[in-house]
Unconditional design. Sequence first.
Length: 220
Amino acid sequence: MQFFLDSAITSEIEYALKAFNIDGVTTNPRHVQASGKPFLTVIREIARLVEGTEKTVSVEVNPHFMTYEEMMPEAEKLAAISPNFVIKLQCVEPAFRVMEDLAKKGIRVNCTLIFSAFQALQAMRSGAYYISPFIGWKEANGEETRKFVEEIVTIRDNYGFDSQIIVAAVRNARQIVDAALLGADIVTAGLSVYQEGFHHPYTREGIEKFASFWDKTPYE
Ligand code: E4P
Protein backbone atom coordinates (compact mmCIF):
# COMPACT_ATOMS: atom_id res chain seq x y z
CA MET A 1 0.00 0.00 0.00
CA GLN A 2 1.28 3.45 -0.92
CA PHE A 3 1.02 6.54 1.27
CA PHE A 4 0.47 9.86 -0.53
CA LEU A 5 0.60 13.25 1.12
CA ASP A 6 -2.45 15.42 0.50
CA SER A 7 -0.86 18.86 0.50
CA ALA A 8 0.63 21.66 -1.58
CA ILE A 9 2.82 23.01 1.23
CA THR A 10 6.37 22.38 0.01
CA SER A 11 7.92 22.30 3.51
CA GLU A 12 5.43 19.57 4.54
CA ILE A 13 6.10 17.57 1.39
CA GLU A 14 9.88 17.81 1.86
CA TYR A 15 9.51 16.72 5.48
CA ALA A 16 7.26 13.74 4.66
CA LEU A 17 9.57 12.64 1.83
CA LYS A 18 12.54 12.59 4.20
CA ALA A 19 10.84 11.37 7.38
CA PHE A 20 8.71 8.52 6.06
CA ASN A 21 9.32 8.34 2.34
CA ILE A 22 5.84 9.20 1.07
CA ASP A 23 5.12 7.62 -2.30
CA GLY A 24 3.40 10.58 -3.97
CA VAL A 25 1.54 13.84 -3.53
CA THR A 26 -2.03 14.89 -4.21
CA THR A 27 -2.93 18.56 -4.47
CA ASN A 28 -6.26 20.27 -4.89
CA PRO A 29 -7.35 23.92 -5.21
CA ARG A 30 -7.81 24.20 -1.43
CA HIS A 31 -4.25 22.99 -0.77
CA VAL A 32 -2.83 25.30 -3.44
CA GLN A 33 -4.67 28.27 -1.93
CA ALA A 34 -3.32 27.31 1.52
CA SER A 35 0.24 27.37 0.15
CA GLY A 36 -0.13 31.12 -0.41
CA LYS A 37 1.56 30.80 -3.81
CA PRO A 38 0.26 31.05 -7.39
CA PHE A 39 -0.87 27.70 -8.83
CA LEU A 40 1.84 27.28 -11.47
CA THR A 41 4.59 28.43 -9.09
CA VAL A 42 3.71 25.91 -6.40
CA ILE A 43 3.17 22.93 -8.69
CA ARG A 44 6.57 23.60 -10.33
CA GLU A 45 8.17 23.71 -6.87
CA ILE A 46 6.53 20.40 -5.94
CA ALA A 47 7.68 18.88 -9.25
CA ARG A 48 11.28 19.75 -8.35
CA LEU A 49 10.95 17.91 -5.01
CA VAL A 50 10.17 14.60 -6.74
CA GLU A 51 12.25 15.12 -9.89
CA GLY A 52 14.03 11.96 -11.05
CA THR A 53 11.76 9.66 -9.01
CA GLU A 54 8.69 7.59 -9.90
CA LYS A 55 6.61 9.51 -7.34
CA THR A 56 3.52 11.13 -8.82
CA VAL A 57 2.04 14.54 -8.11
CA SER A 58 -1.66 14.96 -8.85
CA VAL A 59 -2.47 18.47 -10.10
CA GLU A 60 -6.02 19.61 -10.64
CA VAL A 61 -7.42 21.27 -13.75
CA ASN A 62 -9.38 24.49 -13.13
CA PRO A 63 -12.66 23.26 -11.57
CA HIS A 64 -14.62 25.83 -13.58
CA PHE A 65 -13.75 23.93 -16.77
CA MET A 66 -16.76 21.86 -17.76
CA THR A 67 -16.20 21.15 -21.46
CA TYR A 68 -13.82 18.93 -23.42
CA GLU A 69 -12.50 22.01 -25.21
CA GLU A 70 -11.54 23.65 -21.92
CA MET A 71 -10.21 20.59 -20.10
CA MET A 72 -8.14 18.93 -22.81
CA PRO A 73 -5.62 21.73 -23.61
CA GLU A 74 -5.20 22.62 -19.93
CA ALA A 75 -4.57 18.96 -19.04
CA GLU A 76 -1.95 18.70 -21.81
CA LYS A 77 -0.31 21.96 -20.72
CA LEU A 78 -0.01 20.78 -17.10
CA ALA A 79 1.21 17.31 -18.09
CA ALA A 80 4.00 18.91 -20.15
CA ILE A 81 5.41 20.64 -17.04
CA SER A 82 6.61 17.45 -15.35
CA PRO A 83 6.70 13.71 -16.12
CA ASN A 84 5.65 13.18 -12.49
CA PHE A 85 2.35 14.96 -12.97
CA VAL A 86 -0.95 13.08 -13.02
CA ILE A 87 -3.82 15.29 -14.11
CA LYS A 88 -6.75 15.55 -11.75
CA LEU A 89 -10.12 15.75 -13.50
CA GLN A 90 -13.43 15.97 -11.70
CA CYS A 91 -15.81 13.05 -12.12
CA VAL A 92 -18.23 14.74 -14.54
CA GLU A 93 -19.55 13.50 -17.87
CA PRO A 94 -17.47 15.76 -20.15
CA ALA A 95 -14.29 14.58 -18.41
CA PHE A 96 -14.70 10.94 -19.51
CA ARG A 97 -13.72 11.52 -23.15
CA VAL A 98 -10.87 13.75 -21.98
CA MET A 99 -9.61 10.84 -19.84
CA GLU A 100 -9.79 8.45 -22.80
CA ASP A 101 -7.95 10.81 -25.12
CA LEU A 102 -5.31 11.68 -22.52
CA ALA A 103 -4.74 7.96 -21.86
CA LYS A 104 -4.15 7.42 -25.61
CA LYS A 105 -1.48 10.15 -25.43
CA GLY A 106 0.15 8.52 -22.40
CA ILE A 107 -1.05 11.25 -20.01
CA ARG A 108 -2.19 9.86 -16.68
CA VAL A 109 -5.40 11.05 -15.03
CA ASN A 110 -6.56 11.03 -11.41
CA CYS A 111 -10.36 11.08 -11.50
CA THR A 112 -11.31 13.01 -8.39
CA LEU A 113 -14.47 13.78 -6.40
CA ILE A 114 -15.80 10.21 -6.66
CA PHE A 115 -18.72 9.48 -4.33
CA SER A 116 -20.33 6.37 -5.83
CA ALA A 117 -19.11 2.99 -7.06
CA PHE A 118 -20.85 3.70 -10.37
CA GLN A 119 -18.82 6.89 -10.89
CA ALA A 120 -15.71 4.85 -10.10
CA LEU A 121 -16.70 2.19 -12.67
CA GLN A 122 -17.15 4.78 -15.39
CA ALA A 123 -13.81 6.44 -14.55
CA MET A 124 -12.12 3.02 -14.79
CA ARG A 125 -13.83 2.37 -18.15
CA SER A 126 -12.50 5.74 -19.31
CA GLY A 127 -8.91 4.75 -18.58
CA ALA A 128 -8.26 6.77 -15.42
CA TYR A 129 -4.83 5.92 -13.97
CA TYR A 130 -6.03 6.77 -10.46
CA ILE A 131 -9.52 6.98 -9.12
CA SER A 132 -10.12 8.92 -5.90
CA PRO A 133 -13.15 7.98 -3.79
CA PHE A 134 -13.50 10.62 -1.04
CA ILE A 135 -14.38 8.79 2.14
CA GLY A 136 -14.03 11.65 4.66
CA TRP A 137 -16.67 13.76 2.97
CA LYS A 138 -19.11 10.85 2.82
CA GLU A 139 -18.59 9.98 6.47
CA ALA A 140 -19.08 13.64 7.45
CA ASN A 141 -22.42 13.29 5.65
CA GLY A 142 -23.33 10.22 7.70
CA GLU A 143 -22.68 7.73 4.89
CA GLU A 144 -20.86 4.41 5.27
CA THR A 145 -17.62 3.98 3.33
CA ARG A 146 -16.27 0.49 3.93
CA LYS A 147 -18.76 -1.09 1.52
CA PHE A 148 -18.19 1.81 -0.86
CA VAL A 149 -14.45 1.10 -1.09
CA GLU A 150 -15.00 -2.68 -1.12
CA GLU A 151 -17.36 -2.41 -4.11
CA ILE A 152 -14.86 -0.30 -6.05
CA VAL A 153 -12.04 -2.78 -5.37
CA THR A 154 -14.27 -5.71 -6.37
CA ILE A 155 -15.35 -4.04 -9.62
CA ARG A 156 -11.75 -3.20 -10.49
CA ASP A 157 -10.65 -6.79 -9.84
CA ASN A 158 -13.68 -8.39 -11.57
CA TYR A 159 -12.82 -6.70 -14.85
CA GLY A 160 -9.06 -6.35 -14.51
CA PHE A 161 -9.10 -2.56 -14.90
CA ASP A 162 -5.66 -1.00 -14.56
CA SER A 163 -6.84 1.95 -12.44
CA GLN A 164 -5.26 2.30 -9.00
CA ILE A 165 -7.59 3.19 -6.15
CA ILE A 166 -6.61 6.15 -3.96
CA VAL A 167 -8.75 6.31 -0.84
CA ALA A 168 -8.93 10.08 -0.34
CA ALA A 169 -10.04 12.63 2.24
CA VAL A 170 -8.76 10.31 4.95
CA ARG A 171 -9.08 11.64 8.50
CA ASN A 172 -7.52 9.01 10.77
CA ALA A 173 -5.26 5.97 10.98
CA ARG A 174 -8.20 3.55 11.36
CA GLN A 175 -9.45 4.60 7.92
CA ILE A 176 -5.97 3.89 6.50
CA VAL A 177 -5.99 0.40 8.02
CA ASP A 178 -9.51 -0.22 6.68
CA ALA A 179 -8.42 0.91 3.20
CA ALA A 180 -5.47 -1.53 3.38
CA LEU A 181 -7.72 -4.40 4.55
CA LEU A 182 -10.15 -3.70 1.71
CA GLY A 183 -7.37 -3.86 -0.88
CA ALA A 184 -7.09 -0.21 -1.91
CA ASP A 185 -3.76 0.60 -3.54
CA ILE A 186 -3.10 4.02 -2.02
CA VAL A 187 -4.33 6.38 0.66
CA THR A 188 -3.87 10.11 0.63
CA ALA A 189 -3.98 12.10 3.83
CA GLY A 190 -2.62 15.24 5.45
CA LEU A 191 0.62 15.20 7.42
CA SER A 192 -1.13 15.39 10.80
CA VAL A 193 -3.20 12.26 10.04
CA TYR A 194 -0.01 10.23 9.52
CA GLN A 195 1.79 11.77 12.47
CA GLU A 196 -1.11 11.23 14.87
CA GLY A 197 -1.37 7.63 13.63
CA PHE A 198 2.33 6.93 14.21
CA HIS A 199 1.89 7.75 17.89
CA HIS A 200 0.17 5.61 20.49
CA PRO A 201 -0.22 6.54 24.17
CA TYR A 202 0.98 3.07 25.24
CA THR A 203 4.16 3.52 23.20
CA ARG A 204 4.84 6.76 25.08
CA GLU A 205 3.94 5.12 28.43
CA GLY A 206 6.18 2.16 27.62
CA ILE A 207 9.10 4.43 26.78
CA GLU A 208 8.72 6.24 30.12
CA LYS A 209 8.45 2.96 32.07
CA PHE A 210 11.44 1.34 30.39
CA ALA A 211 13.49 4.53 30.66
CA SER A 212 12.97 4.58 34.43
CA PHE A 213 14.12 0.91 34.75
CA TRP A 214 17.05 1.71 32.49
CA ASP A 215 18.08 4.60 34.75
CA LYS A 216 18.07 2.29 37.83
CA THR A 217 20.27 -0.38 36.21
CA PRO A 218 24.08 -0.24 35.82
CA TYR A 219 25.20 -0.50 32.20
CA GLU A 220 28.18 -2.75 32.98
C1 E4P B 1 -7.62 13.98 -2.76
O1 E4P B 1 -6.96 13.85 -3.77
C2 E4P B 1 -8.09 15.26 -2.26
O2 E4P B 1 -7.12 16.25 -2.45
C3 E4P B 1 -8.44 15.28 -0.80
O3 E4P B 1 -8.36 14.06 -0.19
C4 E4P B 1 -9.64 16.11 -0.58
O4 E4P B 1 -10.14 16.04 0.67
P1 E4P B 1 -9.90 17.05 1.85
O5 E4P B 1 -9.22 18.28 1.28
O6 E4P B 1 -11.24 17.34 2.39
O7 E4P B 1 -9.03 16.32 2.80
